[in-house]
Design a protein around this ligand. Structure first.
Ligand code: DOR
Ligand code: ZN
Length: 346
């Protein structure tokens, strides 16, 4: 990485957790990611979900079709775990180069109702994933009305993740989009088979952002933003140089009418300016030098993939985030719409 005060050249990053959706949305959001990132791990929570290898390969084709000509962006596909997944899908996935399966606790978030009620019911699948070196990506929140929404990650770690890791100690896991100091501590102290992704929005905002001047639906995501001490713990972890923490935007586009309504969807659309947001978070810690490891190296290392050799340049120039992005007859509102970001990919 080379660094002057106003520019930074670094190996091209990857996004290890991304929602691209399908159809019009896919066609309108993909270019933002493809301009910044070489690869991205594509979440399978479409409706209906991507539960089979054949569905994942067809989805991959649609993504490739939606790319600009000559783009070398590489979507890394995942499968959505269900309690009735046939064991044969694990072998097929291995054969077809699918690297990871995603576990959504049923009911935890967007399109998760076909997810897992009890991981003990998919023991055979998990065992075979462990044997075949397929990663388990985890949405780490319990689904329990009695558990406070701000505590769901912490309780998941205590009651679900501990026993799961105990039973499958060599199953490589990623605790996705961590939000709490408890998650940071847990990931730090567990061994080489556990890592975590961190979003830009959880590095930049605490839960006050949800209520600033009124309800702010575009800051509503799951796991929900937490208090300031948690944000500080995430910033420390991301900028520490510890390779167990790496970039995953969890950019999750929903159209304006699905965000600004009763029962508004969870998800922050950050693909538009993801790297700029991360750069700002790292700069706030005077840790821009650590950005390249976090964004471009540690994820690839953990997934066992080669590091990117091509580079990108970030420049420190203020840029106003548009009010919206047009998607056919609808609008997508990026995080921080109508406000400024301070870095730009050139
Ligand atoms: O905020 C979120 N949005 N969290 C998730 O886990 C899912 C995602 C989505 O798909 O919209
Ligand atoms: Zn997600």
């Amino acid at each position: 990485m080379s660094n002057t005060q106003n520019t930074m050249i670094m190996a091209q990053p990857d996004d290890w957790h991304l929602h691209l959706r399908d159809g019009n949305l896919l066609n309108n959001v993909l270019s933002f990611t493809a301009k910044q990132f070489a690869r991205a791990v594509i979440m399978p929570n479409l409706s209906p979900p991507i539960t089979k290898v054949d569905l994942a390969l067809a989805y991959r084709d649609r993504i490739i079709q939606a790319l600009a000509p000559l783009s070398s962006f590489n979507p890394l596909m995942t499968l959505y775990l269900t309690e009735d997944m046939p064991l044969s899908e694990v072998h097929k996935a291995k054969e077809m180069g699918i690297l990871a399966f995603k576990m959504y606790p049923a009911g935890a978030t967007t399109n998760s109702h076909s997810g897992i009620k009890d991981w003990r019911k998919i023991r055979k699948i998990l065992e075979s994933m462990q044997k075949n070196g397929i990663l388990l990506l985890i949405h780490g929140e319990v689904v329990d009305e009695k558990v406070d929404v701000f505590s769901r990650e912490e309780v998941f770690i205590e009651t679900q993740l501990g026993p799961l890791r105990h039973e499958f100690p060599e199953l490589k896991m990623v605790l996705e989009h961590i939000t709490t100091e408890q998650a940071v501590e847990y990931v730090k102290t567990e061994g080489e088979y556990l890592a975590a992704t961190i979003t830009a929005h959880h590095l930049l905002y605490n839960r006050n952002a949800l209520f600033k001047g009124g309800l702010q639906p575009h800051y509503y995501c799951l796991p929900i933003l937490k208090g300031e001490t948690h944000r500080q713990a995430l910033l420390q972890a991301a900028t520490s140089g510890n390779p167990k923490f790496f970039l995953g935007t969890d950019s999750a586009p929903h159209t304006q009418n699905r965000k600004e309504c009763a029962f508004g969807c969870a998800g922050c659309f950050t693909a538009y300016h993801a790297l700029a947001l991360y750069a700002e978070a790292f700069e706030s810690m005077d840790a821009l030098k650590q950005l390249e490891g976090f964004a471009s190296f540690f994820g690839a290392d953990y997934y066992g993939l080669p590091r990117n050799t091509q580079t990108i340049m970030l420049r420190k120039v203020a840029h106003k985030v548009p009010e919206y992005i047009e998607v056919e007859n609808e609008r997508l509102i990026p995080l921080r719409a109508n406000e400024w970001v301070h870095w730009q990919v050139v």
